[in-house]
Design a protein around this ligand. Structure first.
Ligand SMILES: Nc1ncnc2c1ncn2[C@@H]1O[C@H](COP(=O)(O)OP(=O)(O)O)[C@@H](O)[C@H]1O
Ligand SMILES: [Mg+2]
Length: 193
């Protein structure tokens, strides 16, 4: 610290940023565990707040595109799981990707709701790191809980794309739509490979 005060200051600022990230993550996690919070908002409104609270990087810009119809079609427990998947994916992008942009998109087509979180960062080899942390695993578990499958596509230096498809809830409230179906296996592929 005495030898190189400029470097020391840089490192301290880095530590402070990491600590603030951690505090934000813990706070978001706690908010996500409170059913009254996650059930009271629709996906679009909650995501706008989440993206605003996570837009902290001057280099990695977050872009959100939510089809209001898709947002409305989600059941509350699907909304809660999708919000947590997005939170973890954005957090990963901010911490690991060195991307210049991260995009979150929710759309509805052909009775399917499609969620996609993608970045243009450094990417990773899914075969070697997918089981190393809890974040990706928890995202997959949440997808399975909704009767869907999470697709994690990434390749070194070619960014990361995480996608999830859900069947729209049938109007009669049957068990097969949007989160009550049978789980599929988690699916992991490499981009372009
Ligand atoms: N968007 C991303 N860009 C680059 N690497 C990523 C991204 N998401 C995940 N990774 C890699 O996958 C690893 C596992 O992620 P995760 O399961 O969330 O655990 P953690 O974030 O605690 O390390 C990360 O440590 C990182 O190496
Ligand atoms: Mg993580």
């Amino acid at each position: 610290m005495k030898e190189d005060p400029i470097e020391a200051e840089k490192r301290l600022k880095g530590c402070l940023t990491s600590l603030n990230d951690l505090i934000r993550n813990v706070r978001n996690f706690i908010v996500g565990l409170d059913p009254s919070q996650s059930h009271s908002k629709d996906f679009k409104t909650a995501m706008e707040a989440l993206v605003a609270s996570m837009s902290v990087s001057p280099t990695n810009q977050l872009f959100l595109e939510v089809d209001p119809e898709a947002s409305k079609a989600l059941k509350p427990h699907a909304t809660a799981h999708l919000l947590q998947i997005c939170r973890e994916a954005i957090s990963n992008s901010l911490r690991h990707s060195h991307a210049s942009s991260t995009r979150i998109r929710l759309e509805k087509a052909d009775e399917q709701i499609h969620l996609e979180i993608s970045d243009d960062g450094v990417g990773f080899d899914p075969d070697t790191v997918v089981m190393s942390g809890f974040g990706l695993r928890n995202m997959s578990f949440r997808a399975e809980e909704l009767g869907s499958q999470l697709d994690i596509s990434s390749k070194l230096n070619e960014g990361t794309r995480i996608t999830l498809d859900l069947a729209c809830a049938p109007q009669n409230g049957g068990r097969n739509g949007n989160g009550d179906g049978h789980p599929h296996q988690t699916h992991t592929t490499a981009v372009g490979g």
